[in-house]
Design a protein around this ligand. Structure first.
Ligand SMILES: [Zn+2]
Length: 113
């Protein structure tokens, strides 16, 4: 009986961890900026902009706070790929400003952790 309770506690613990892993998921779209053009000053929420000629990506923080989140793209920085299923950015993005959001964008979905 004691052993059974112990196991039950163990499972509950595992469930809690998996629930905490992803707080929420936000769908994102992708906008690749044409050569010689700039990422717009007024960005749309939920859009990942990428200007390959400047090796920079930018978006409004996906928590909804609206803070711009510029990211350098390239070796030693973030890696950006845009495939059929959507945009992927690695590693994860941890905002340094007030909201402290932390999310990873995989195939057009931002998973908050
Ligand atoms: Zn935010």
């Amino acid at each position: 009986m004691t052993q059974y309770n112990g196991m039950k506690r163990g499972y509950r613990c595992l469930n809690k961890v998996s629930i905490m892993k992803t707080i929420k998921t936000v769908l994102v779209s992708f906008n690749e900026i044409a050569e010689g053009e700039y990422i717009p000053e007024k960005m749309q929420p939920g859009v990942i902009y990428y200007a390959p000629h400047f090796k920079v990506s930018n978006h409004l923080c996906l928590c909804g706070c609206g803070h711009p989140a510029p990211l350098p793209i390239g070796p030693g920085h973030w890696n950006l790929t845009a495939g059929e299923k959507g945009v992927t950015l690695t590693p994860s993005i941890q905002q340094r400003f007030a909201c402290k959001s932390h999310y990873i964008i995989t195939e057009g979905k931002a998973n908050f952790v």
